[in-house]
Ligand binder design. Sequence first.
Ligand SMILES: CC1=C(C(=O)O)[C@@H]2CC(C)(C)c3c(C)c(C)cc4c3N2[C@@]12C(=O)NC(=O)N=C2N4C[C@H](O)[C@H](O)[C@H](O)COP(=O)(O)O
Ligand SMILES: [K+]
Ligand SMILES: [Mn+2]
Length: 500
Amino acid sequence: YSTPPPHLDFRAFVSALRSDNDLADIDAEVDPRLEVAAITRRAYELQSKAPLFNNVKGAHDGLFRILGASGGLSSDPQYPYRRLARHVGLPPTSSLGDFIDTMLSAKGKEPIPPVHVGTGPCKEHKLFGDNIDLTKLPAPLLNKADGGNYIQTMGINIVQHPTKPWVNWSIARAMVLDKTRLVGLIMKPQHIARIYEQWEESGKDMPFAIALGAPPIAVMVSSMPLPEGVTESEYVGALCGEPLELVKCETNDLYVPARSEIVIEGTLSITERAKEGPFGEMHGYSFLDEESVQPIYNVKAITYRGGNAILPISVPGRATGPDETHTLIGTLASAEIRQLLQENGLPVLNVFTPYETQVIWAAVQIDRKKLWTLKTNAEDFCRRIGDLIFRRKCGMQIHRLLIVGDDIDPFNFKDVIWSYASRCRPGMDEYHFEDVAAYGLVPYMSHGPGTKVTGGKVVANCLLPHEYNQEQLWVTCDFENGYPEEIKEKVLRRWTEFGL
Ligand SMILES: CC1=C(C(=O)O)[C@@H]2CC(C)(C)c3c(C)c(C)cc4c3N2[C@@]12C(=O)NC(=O)N=C2N4C[C@H](O)[C@H](O)[C@H](O)COP(=O)(O)O
Ligand SMILES: [K+]
Ligand SMILES: [Mn+2]
């Protein structure tokens, strides 16, 4: 059969990274205990090639190779977002704006439900019963403070609402607990937690599947905070303009992408819980006192692709070189926030969560000419935006919003911080929200001075009062804006002649 494009087949995605010269094949034996993760973490921080560990110590029977940094920035400074572009079939020259536009391009389109096929690559090998021993798999230890080996950091957690036709795909971490059990974070208000609550009420354990090495575009949509009730696989279909091919699980009625590398299936207990973590999380901290007690995943089957299946991993941490918890979670939340604001008629051009803020802040870029027509002021405008975003799930991970003008590029942190530093007057230009749901993982919430699950959010107005109703009263003093075109052309023409 013809090989699908990289955004629909993880192995084709790996080959594409290799042909992009953005993959390092590591055939020497590497230890899944910390060594694999340390290499991956440094690969993020140096924006090097994605490491593919073809010889993982302890791997056997085709389980497994490990790919790190699948969503990191690419090693070619000319194409920093090429690895993200490959996830969604965009050209290597794509910008983050192009990526966000693409992820929103199916909004308003008819969903395209997946099709069910009889079999697929993920069915080439099957393990049941005593053949399942998770402690014998080379599941990686990702950080020296982690409380377990996190086998699930880049797979899709698939769960179905017990009564409604809603199948949710998301990413939620899980670590090996023992031979046949995992334990993982099930955090409100995430959809996996909402659906889990329904199963608790029904009195039955929740069937689950974790599809690792799933089609890259499906991983992107799984990391996107689509509205409640939306079946992610149908949004993927609408994005692709064609249905995704799924196969049925062996031990429950869930369906998984046929081309997945590894599928772990079973039931999430509504009674058994265990200690989970500590875990190096998306803000760059691993708190040693993390008392996370979470539901237990009882594994009933593992199926996997031949030819040495590949386990993708994410090693969250400081975004000095962003990892998937920044490039996916931040960028995709930005997309949904932009959608929400534009749907509510606000003059918003783009939204982005700067990596330098560990995707805790989001810059909201305003079309100032359109702003004038609203005949509004900073207080009303900022409160309206805060009320929309801070009271919706897509805004849950954001604690500071920066309202910036269209002279500011939200994807350029130097622009964003210049306008925040110079136009947002402390004590008058920040509008606080203490009655909204907080993001509990943010260190100043989980280990801060105040409340833990509410508040700590703010909208910073980075527009001067006159920008709300007239042209800016200043010339920006930089090369781009401070000089007439003919001077700039003359300077550029003579630049090398001057030996500058
Ligand atoms: C917060 C999360 C993580 C953490 O920081 O530890 C952990 C790290 C890993 C696994 C690497 C990770 C990666 C690599 C990516 C890309 C996303 C996440 C995670 N993990 C967490 C998790 O364990 N629990 C959680 O509730 N949400 C997580 N998200 C974010 C969600 O996937 C996202 O919010 C989706 O939108 C949710 O889907 P819906 O509910 O909207 O359908
Ligand atoms: K999702
Ligand atoms: Mn969802």
